[in-house]
Design a protein around this ligand. Structure first.
Ligand SMILES: [Zn+2]
Length: 151
């Protein structure tokens, strides 16, 4: 994973932002005006992801105009254009707040996840800000299948 790559996504790209976080990429998704998006991209060295053709033409920041409305196509475009390496899917970020998840064992998750999930998983991701647990459920499996079929 190329940890140095960071993103800021515009208001149209909420689902994409959540997927990028799951893949471990530091991705902001602020509900702010265009000028603030541009400021954030510049100040924090983030690539601006946008569906806005006007923003997409800016040359004073790194910007990637996203072609599709479909999140799978959007991810495909980013992975291809930026040559992102997707290898450790569990080193991910909280989809809500963008914090890095801490890997915890099942004992720590016991009282906070459904019984079936507790029994069938050894490792969980934990967000220390939201106190939310993550695990590799069907959502992840679908994602991994999708990513494997990209090439
Ligand atoms: Zn969180």
């Amino acid at each position: 994973m190329t940890a140095a790559i960071k993103f800021v996504a515009d208001q149209m790209l909420g689902r994409l932002a959540r997927w990028l976080r799951m893949l471990g990429y530091d991705t902001l998704y602020p509900q702010v005006r265009d000028s603030e998006l541009v400021r954030l991209a510049r100040a924090e060295g983030r690539i601006l992801l946008t569906r806005d053709t006007h923003l997409g033409r800016r040359e004073d920041i790194e910007v990637l105009f996203i072609d599709s409305d479909r999140v799978q196509e959007q991810l495909k475009q980013i992975i291809k254009q930026l040559s992102l390496k997707i290898d450790n899917i569990m080193s991910s970020r909280c989809t809500i707040c963008n914090s890095l998840l801490k890997e915890v064992g099942r004992q720590e998750a016991k009282d906070f996840v459904p019984e079936f999930t507790y029994v069938t998983h050894d490792k969980f991701g934990y967000c220390q800000s939201c106190h939310k647990f993550y695990w590799s459920g069907t959502h992840w499996q679908k994602m991994e299948e999708f990513l494997c079929n990209l090439n």
